[in-house]
Design a protein around this ligand. Structure first.
Ligand SMILES: Cc1cc2nc3c(=O)[nH]c(=O)nc-3n(C[C@H](O)[C@H](O)[C@H](O)COP(=O)(O)OP(=O)(O)OC[C@H]3O[C@@H](n4cnc5c(N)ncnc54)[C@H](O)[C@@H]3O)c2cc1C
Length: 315
């Protein structure tokens, strides 16, 4: 890894050994070798063009779908800020910077009579929403995306149609090290007051059913929809992750400061003082018990990134 002095000059901020825990919802994890907060698109693109191609790059949003492991993230972590959070609405389309918060984008769109209400209760950024094909209440980013602009690892800026990203359930495919900088969305139209009312209703529904004030990263595992516990074609059904966790008697299970939330058992929670290892180990213990009791192989929805403490830190 290049030392700070050897890294390309920037107008934004480069911080070595920057702890990442306070930049994530779970509040766990070690430092980034270097955290880069670019001033604007030119700064980001010039930095990536000049950065040693061997150095890995990890873009993060507001860390609402992440467990950063205790040994931190090798290479450069890129976090977009003020230069990337604009929201422009014109001709029935919404163009938002990757650092714009989903909730903010949903509110502005609703005021303009455009329906991005599904984004109102998702606590991430537009960059994270594109990468994760975020969605809820039956709507996903894939339904509204018109174009995505990202900076490739070599610094070149490209704009692609959503088809190029292979958006699927909670996933998309981006080239390694690519950093999304903005997205253009073409939402359905709606009445501004009705959209505002719907968002208020959805917020209330969340608060009633999910631990929205706790340190979580949202749903821990994907719903194992379409899976069968017997393997028989006539035994395929839609299963909810929380239900199979309950069936395995893992609601409320703990390791260290990590707990499977008692309000919603698919929410892995830092109840105070958890390490990333506590959280990941508890998640793995749940997967093991669910498999042992029901033959279902739960898949993580939360992304776990970086190195566990004690792993080789060379990069
Ligand atoms: C209480 C709670 C409720 C939630 N409910 C939902 C829900 O209903 N639906 C849903 O879909 N999700 C939900 N989530 C999960 C999470 O909010 C989403 O996945 C969100 O889209 C993540 O955005 P983020 O900015 O926090 O990304 P991060 O968590 O920081 O990163 C997630 C992934 O996106 C990538 N990424 C982030 N920004 C960029 C960028 N600019 N360029 C390239 N890659 C990038 C990261 O590399 C990482 O791979 C919930 C989370 C919480 C805490």
């Amino acid at each position: 890894m290049q030392t700070l002095n050897e890294l390309p000059q920037v107008r934004g901020t480069l911080t070595p050994d920057r702890p990442l825990a306070d930049l994530t919802w779970m509040r766990v994890g070690g430092p980034a070798d270097v955290l880069f907060q670019p001033a604007d698109l030119d700064d980001l693109s010039a930095f990536l063009a000049a950065l040693d191609p061997a150095v890995s790059v990890f873009p993060m949003g507001v860390g609402s779908n992440l467990i950063v492991r205790d040994g931190g993230i090798p290479g450069v972590v890129i976090r977009l800020g003020r230069g990337f959070n604009g929201i422009d609405i014109a001709d029935g389309q919404v163009t938002a910077g990757a650092a714009a918060l989903d909730a903010h984008v949903a509110r502005k769109a609703a005021e303009a009579g455009l329906d991005l209400t599904f984004l109102r209760t998702i606590p991430g950024t537009i960059g994270g929403a594109v990468r994760m094909n975020a969605g809820c209440y039956g709507a996903y980013m894939a339904d509204v995306l018109a174009a995505v602009t990202y900076v490739q690892r070599d610094g070149t800026v490209v704009t692609v149609a959503p088809d190029a990203l292979n958006l699927s359930y909670r996933n998309s495919v981006l080239p390694d090290g690519a950093v999304i900088v903005s997205a253009r969305m073409a939402p359905p139209k709606g009445d501004a007051d009705a959209l505002a009312a719907r968002m208020a209703e959805q917020l209330q529904k969340r608060d009633d059913t999910q631990p929205t004030k706790d340190r979580t990263a949202g749903s821990t595992f994907r719903n194992p929809a379409g899976l069968s516990s017997t393997g028989r074609a006539d035994d395929v059904h839609d299963l909810k992750a929380w239900k199979v966790i309950d069936n395995a008697d893992m609601r409320g299970a703990t390791i260290g400061g990590a707990v499977m939330n008692t309000k919603h058992s698919n929410f892995l929670t830092n109840a105070g003082g958890a390490t990333a290892a506590d959280l990941e180990d508890l998640g793995e213990a749940v997967r093991k018990k669910v498999y042992a009791t029901q033959g279902i192989d739960l898949q993580w929805e939360i992304m776990r990134v970086g190195r566990r403490t004690g792993e080789d830190t060379a990069k």
